[in-house]
Write a protein that binds this ligand. Structure first.
Ligand SMILES: Nc1ncnc2c1ncn2[C@@H]1O[C@H](COP(=O)(O)OP(=O)(O)O)[C@@H](O)[C@H]1O
Ligand SMILES: [Mg+2]
Length: 250
């Protein structure tokens, strides 16, 4: 079980994440919905300490990280255990697809080259990219780049994967292949937290859904209830708005 407690973050006087709690069970997939600017990215970034929160902890199998106060060793340990997939892929531009995956295995995990190569090839294959191993990011489509990024994250075998709007930067014709890649990643059994505007996908894949506004959890529950019969007016308004603009998708 992964238990996240009371994550808080302000930028100057502006409170952006206002005490978020969340539990993610083994193999659990939590989707986070919410309007733009509601603190979703900041929340995720606090969890793997790309931002330093003002308060908050994450307990991973009984090992508790006090997020604002991690020394170098604990920070490294946290980052080994939590992987992240970004909207803009964040691949190394000057490295090929397979080199992007090898980097963490060789430098962070210090595996032997042959073992790292096997692992990297395995995850490229899982993502359907074996024939793109030697390509640089600039010659791959956005969908392919995001699949390399997912392969890179899976290869590190983290205990939790954070996805921050993984399909938002893609052309619509590449969204489906990345959603399929996330389904495959989910099949690996690693718990995930996914910030997404793909409502149909969130409804199908999630074990639990949070609706966040103003840095707070407004409502949470199983996807059937949250999408089908939300209790809070703000959740209803958000979903209604969404349905109006994207009715083909849900
Ligand atoms: N580094 C930062 N400095 C100052 N304000 C920030 C910073 N990052 C995010 N914010 C502000 O925090 C709020 C929440 O941002 P964000 O977490 O990116 O929201 P979301 O991902 O839900 O769209 C926004 O008002 C944004 O402008
Ligand atoms: Mg965001």
């Amino acid at each position: 079980m992964i238990s996240i407690r009371d994550v808080r973050k302000s930028f100057k006087a502006k409170l952006v994440v206002d005490g978020i709690d969340l539990d993610v069970g083994q193999g659990g997939i939590v989707s986070i919905l919410g309007p733009s600017g509601s603190g979703k990215s900041t929340f995720l970034r606090c969890l793997n300490r790309l931002e330093t929160p003002d308060a908050g902890s994450i307990d991973m199998g009984g090992d508790r990280y006090d997020l604002p106060r991690l020394d170098r060793r604990r920070l490294q340990s946290l980052r080994m255990r939590i992987g992240m997939v970004f909207q803009n892929y964040n691949l190394f531009r000057h490295r090929t697809a397979i080199e992007n995956i090898l980097e963490g295995l060789l430098v962070v995990k210090r595996l032997k080259r042959a073992e790292a190569q096997d692992i990297a090839e395995g995850y490229l294959a899982l993502m359907g990219l074996s024939d793109q191993a030697a390509q640089y990011p600039s010659s791959l489509s956005g969908g392919q780049q995001q699949r390399v990024a997912i392969a890179r994250t899976l290869a590190m075998q983290p205990e939790l994967i954070l996805f921050d709007e993984p399909t938002s930067a893609l052309d619509p014709e590449h969204t489906g292949e990345v959603l399929e890649a996330i389904r495959k990643a989910a099949g690996q059994g690693i718990p995930m937290i996914i910030v997404t505007h793909e409502m149909g996908f969130a409804r199908e894949i999630s074990s639990h859904v949070l609706f966040i506004d103003g840095g707070k959890v407004i409502e949470q529950g199983d996807p059937k209830t949250l999408f089908g019969a939300p209790e809070q007016q703000r959740t209803r308004d958000f979903l209604k708005n969404y349905l109006r603009s994207y009715s083909f998708d849900i």
